[in-house]
Ligand binder design. Sequence first.
Ligand code: NDP
Ligand code: TDO
Length: 184
Amino acid sequence: MAPISVYGASKAAGEDAVRAAAGRHAIVRTAWVYSPHGQNFVKTMLRLGRERPELGIVDDQHGCPTSAADIADALVAMALRMTEPGAGGHDALYGTFHFTGMGATTWYGFAREIFALAAGHGHPVPGLRPIATSDYPTPAARPKNSVLDCSRLRAAYGIEAPPWRDSLAACIARLCPQFLEQTA
Ligand SMILES: NC(=O)C1=CN([C@@H]2O[C@H](COP(=O)(O)OP(=O)(O)OC[C@H]3O[C@@H](n4cnc5c(N)ncnc54)[C@H](OP(=O)(O)O)[C@@H]3O)[C@@H](O)[C@H]2O)C=CC1
Ligand SMILES: Cc1cn([C@H]2C[C@H](O)[C@@H](COP(=O)(O)OP(=O)(O)O[C@H]3O[C@@H](C)C(=O)[C@@H](O)[C@H]3O)O2)c(=O)[nH]c1=O
């Protein structure tokens, strides 16, 4: 591991602590998580889309949008498999795994899809402008490439996320009526 920020170092330290605690464990790394709950990129976009006529969105960072509901499904399936009789004899079920939505994009590509789906629910659509990371300075550096290889989880558990656009559509279908109610 080679963390590029304090945040990344804290994630690496968390993983090391799990491994040092010994015993059977599964660490699941993810990225670009969104959900109808809490604060996340999808909700930020829908809010800003109502407030501003145009948004500049970073188009040179790559990743795989991941639904929190899909993570929950994957973790439950892993836990059920791990607690089956004889699972302890299968080394492949333990260790470090990756899980993200299937397929990659940029934040700009993600935003375009959010608004393409939201438009179908009558949500306002702002102008979207692709920008570089250097045009959106933040105190903490973000990775240029957050795309994770999820093949180990697929091989060990047969678990694979749906294509990211499918899961996003489900989230937007839940969120848009709430947003439109707030503005009514
Ligand atoms: N968002 C993402 O894309 C990714 C997130 N992660 C990791 O997943 C985890 C969750 O991230 P995310 O959902 O974005 O974060 P949020 O900040 O949205 O949620 C954090 C949650 O942890 C709870 N919490 C914070 N401190 C404590 C505490 N001391 N005791 C009990 N609960 C606490 C908060 O409770 P409350 O709401 O009451 O404050 C909140 O529900 C983090 O470890 C993050 O680093 C990993 C990869 C990607
Ligand atoms: C609001 C806004 C964001 N952005 C970009 C900047 C940033 O790179 C990107 C996402 O911004 P956010 O602040 O939502 O998220 P950010 O903290 O960069 O996202 C991360 O969260 C942590 C916890 C992770 O682990 C990551 O995998 C990832 O999901 O969107 C724009 O380009 N224009 C905008 O108007």
